[in-house]
Design a protein around this ligand. Sequence first.
Ligand code: PAZ
Length: 306
Amino acid sequence: MDSRNKLEGTPATVDAEIESFFSSAPPLKNRNGGPRRVVCVTSGGTTVPLEQRCVRYIDNFSSGHRGAASTEYFVKAGYAVIFLYRRGTCQPYCSSLPDDPLLECFESTNESNIQVLQEHSEAVKTAIVENRDAVKQGLLLKLPFTTIFEYLQILRIIALPMCNLGPNAIFYLAAAVSDFYVPWQSMAEHKIQSASGPLNMQLAQVPKMLSVLRRDWAPLAFCISFKLETDSKILLEKADAALKKYNMNMVVANELSTRKEEVVVVTSEEKILVRRNKAMGVDEVENPLIQLIVERHSAYMESSNQ
Ligand code: PAZ
């Protein structure tokens, strides 16, 4: 044994001491003293580049509204949110702002003064204050992606440390993720030339990361995936199949044209219709949806800790 090992122990005993330190440490708490709950909300669609110096790409539809609104309700419920979002899509606390807030909310009164237009002042104030409060309290971290490569690499980076939170972690996977892609090594470097005639291209299948997330990255987390279809006849059947195939805790099924009005939450025991109901003061379907998820996640945490 050299003098360093005499002082610090063998690598095996150091590893055992480190393991014992972390496994016996009290779990991290929120400021209110409850166990820390963290949710990774994914939002927006991934792109599939066709060239390495990308000029053209295939896109997946998603405005990002679901992810942004859900983030607000999770923060309200005391969760710390990691918001993994597609650049340029909807952001939390910004739904009441016009499309181009910088140009539409402000006016220049004289050479050095800029002020908020009266009609937008409430929306601007709410967006700034609520966003700042969430960030200041450590309840909101925003990470952008564009391509399928960025999305899956960042998701893995997030998932590995979240694994330590066990059942306190939620994955709320609302992003519209590409099913097919061009592997980087077989992708053209430069812009594909149209003079070469029609384009024939074979796309590879994106590996099914939901299985890996569930099995290896965060086996104890509460996992919620989304299923979007345009044909309502196959929606619930597909959601059921995804629930079983990827061993999800819930699959949120939605149809493109009615996704803002209603969703069906599919679990192994039941199918729950969640609707927005303006008459009852429920403006957004995400409000009752997150309430239901928080209830079910609390029960899941309790049963996992017994
Ligand atoms: O982003 P958005 O509010 O316009 O739409 C949300 C959604 C339909 C993309 C989401 O609810 C969803 O179903 N995501 C998963 C899509 C999929 O099946 O790949």
